[in-house]
Design a protein around this ligand. Sequence first.
Ligand code: SF4
Ligand code: SF4
Length: 182
Amino acid sequence: MKIKVLCTGYPSCEQLERIVRKVAGDISRDIEVEKVDNLQKIMSYGVMMVPALVIDEKVVSAGGFLTIEDVKEIIEKNMGGKMAWIEGYPREKVEWFPTIDEDKCVGCGMCMNCGKKVYDWVDGKPKVARPYNCVVGCTTCANLCLGNAITFQDINSVRELYKKEGIWAKVKRALKEKGVIK
Ligand code: SF4
Ligand code: SF4
């Protein structure tokens, strides 16, 4: 994930940059944060107010004051939401995302139904744009792909990781806390 903080030097801009760097660092080392202060570049995103946040080239916030919690929520939402399936474990440490065999893809568009915005439609074909938005263990797009073009990693390696990191226990504890199970 790449986050751009569009800012023009106002104190509120500097503050947002600090918050974003802190929150992003806490969530995952793999989130790249860049400050954009070139006015032409800022305008190219079509924002009328700064500070603004862009995640993977999509404007997710413009103007207004964002707290640490707001920024955390925005980042998590764009990572596919707080995934109950991994409960707090860094998503980008779990190798689970689709790969498209371009020779097999017939452009049926079925994968674009993914509610986690994993894919972008580019030049008549899907591209895996946000792989870590994919819900760990989900294979719906592969199951319904007309060309049988989508594959995933070996689920057993994910299961090994869950065992090693105690993720099953963490998920169960969280579900109990939320009252989903007793
Ligand atoms: S497996 Fe599920 S979450 Fe992942 S890209 Fe496919 S439909 Fe989306
Ligand atoms: S569902 Fe499969 S065949 Fe259809 S567009 Fe997506 S990758 Fe291509």
